[in-house]
Ligand binder design. Structure first.
Ligand SMILES: [Zn+2]
Length: 571
């Protein structure tokens, strides 16, 4: 490419610095002999845009009061991203139009063809409309507050009370939260109808019989079908639901209760039947940082070296601080071939989990840095979360002090028990969310009727949580779908976590027999980025991309036995 580009991503501030490069790529002859160089040039431009945007996002989250970063962000969002996307689209069409099939690009070409196939100009304003509805959903949810012991608090701040060892406190917090949610019923039901009619229209515009078929292609789900998802739901019903019932039976005995209510056990928060105070892994964040380095090195020296590179190069922002955005994430700087981890550690066990999880995403960035095109870096979510969830599991044997971690042996056992408990409880809830949406988008006549949705959600909830006593709280339970953001804002996007969890559990199983072999396979799979289909990515990691009760059941059995051992060890 002759056009000069800014040397560093941080120097990219105006569309005029990019436009000549995109223009040159759009005009350049594209043939079998020039294709490789053309793709490499495109990748240089794409990486530059990606990294510049990622760095601006980092700047705005590490200091939300940084006015100049915010200004740059808005400028980028308005004056660079849309232009770059449109220019990118031109290059995608250009590549497809040549009919060239460069070696190793089967997956990106498959994805590009699908994008072109379902793209409709008339859907663009509908997508904008959908985004606005999403904002309205956020506004309604963001405005929810309750009065708890004389203080007005936002709804999420009820969470610690939902975890209280005191049962009446949990019940009071649960009921208070639900009663607040019920007040927004009409508003959310109104939004729901608008969401549905937009989605039905988008699918119709693109020539699909129903929204599910359209969305399937939009989410690039080429490696599994709606029938596979339904098979996964029944596998969960067959092998996970009974396992959770066994957990619940023990939990009930521990809590000395005869009827299990939603405030006694759920997939969101762990309720410790022994009323122990929260785990305290560290007080100083430098301890979190140093022990994480030890743990990653124990999992694999090369991964430990990656993490130490991040420490050395200032690619970690771990402690909670005034002026930081909430949450945690891992992003990539593809020009520098480096990840960046952001989080808000305060000294809780969840901070350890978050760093191990984001560490897995970071290792994905390191391991796949050798791929020659940005088009090969598009990792499907079903596998991206394997990288992070598997890292949480691979690290779990090292949580005790004596192995480099944070805890006494009993506390380490407790942390691991809670982790496996959360994984098992997640699958049935995921099945409810998934099954509900399959019903919604294949019943276009019934789904706009909130009462029909309530009835469907209730039935599914009870099918997948058969031992939870819902008497007297039927309307709160029926309203559960109003509390799942994905159902409103990211339709069908949820099973990804359940499938990734199954992949992660298989890698953990392999590591129990042969840690070095399991981690080597994990790293080989990460190095593939998005260049292979899901079954091949899973296979490279030593796992099966599967939906059946046998595969799931084997792992569930292993997890239950591990939980028995951990319980005996003080967990
Ligand atoms: Zn993740």
């Amino acid at each position: 490419m002759n056009t000069p580009l800014p040397e560093h991503a941080v120097d990219l501030n105006e569309w005029t610095q990019l436009k000549p490069a995109f223009d040159e790529l759009a005009a350049a002859p594209l043939t079998a002999s020039t294709c490789e160089a053309w793709l490499a040039d495109w990748t240089r431009v794409a990486y530059l845009v990606y990294e510049a945007f990622a760095r601006i996002n980092v700047a705005t989250t590490i200091n939300t009061e940084d006015a100049s970063a915010k200004k740059r962000l808005f400028h980028f969002l308005e004056h660079i991203i849309p232009q770059a996307q449109a220019a990118d689209q031109v290059l995608k069409s250009k590549l497809l139009a040549t009919g060239l099939e460069p070696a190793g690009f089967d997956i990106p070409l498959r994805n590009l063809r699908a994008e072109v196939e379902i793209f409709r100009t008339e859907n663009l304003p509908l997508m904008t409309e959908e985004g606005k509805l999403g904002n309205q959903f956020d506004e309604i949810k963001g405005a929810q507050s309750v009065v708890w012991e004389g203080h007005e608090i936002p709804l999420p701040q009820l969470n610690p009370h939902l975890q209280s060892p005191d049962r009446p406190t949990r019940e009071r917090a649960w009921r208070l939260g639900q009663s607040r949610n019920l007040k927004d019923r009409d508003a959310l039901n109104g939004l729901w109808k608008e969401f549905l009619s937009l989605r039905v229209q988008m699918a119709r515009n693109a020539g699909f019989a129903d929204y599910r078929a359209y969305r399937w292609k939009l989410l690039k789900r080429f490696d599994y079908s709606p029938a596979d998802s339904e098979a996964f739901q029944s596998a969960i019903e067959q092998v996970v639901v009974p396992a959770v019932s066994r957990l619940n039976a023990r939990h009930k005995a521990d809590l000395a209760i005869t009827s299990l209510r939603p405030w006694d056990a759920n997939q969101h928060v762990y309720i410790d039947s022994r009323a122990r105070p929260p785990l305290k892994p560290f007080t100083d964040v430098s301890v979190l940082d140093a022990r994480a380095a030890t743990i990653f090195t124990a999992v694999d020296p090369a991964l430990g070296a990656h993490y130490n590179t991040m420490r050395r190069e200032g690619l970690l922002d771990l402690p909670s601080r005034k002026g930081k955005a909430p949450g945690g994430y891992c992003t990539a700087f593809p020009v520098a071939q480096r990840p960046f981890i952001f989080m808000n550690a305060v000294g809780l066990h969840i901070d350890v989990d978050t760093l191990l999880h984001e560490g897995g995403h970071a290792f994905h960035v390191f391991e796949s840095a050798g791929l020659k095109s940005h088009l090969l870096q598009d990792v499907p979510m079903e596998f991206a979360e394997v990288a992070s969830m598997a890292m949480e599991m691979l690290a779990s044997p090292y949580l005790a002090h004596e192995r480099g971690g944070f805890y006494s042996p009993a506390d380490a056992a407790r942390a691991r028990f809670e982790h496996l408990d959360g994984m098992l409880r997640f699958w049935p809830y995921m099945a409810v969310v998934d099954a509900f949406q399959h019903w919604v988008y294949t019943h276009a006549d019934a789904a706009p009727d909130p009462a029909a949705c309530d009835a469907m959600w209730s039935g599914l909830y009870q099918r997948f949580h058969p031992d939870v006593d819902v008497s007297g709280i039927e309307s709160e339970i029926a309203n559960g779908w109003h509390q799942k953001l994905h159902i409103f804002q990211a339709p069908f996007y949820y099973i990804e976590y359940g499938l990734a969890q199954l992949g992660a559990a298989q890698i953990w199983r392999n590591a129990k027999h042969d840690q070095a072999g399991a981690v080597a396979a994990y790293r080989r799979a990460l190095a593939l980025g998005g260049s292979a289909p899901l079954p091949a990515l899973f296979a490279a990691a030593g796992a099966k991309f599967a939906f059946d009760p046998a595969t799931l059941g084997e792992l569930v059995g292993l997890m239950e036995r591990e939980m028995d051992d951990l319980r005996a060890a003080g967990g």
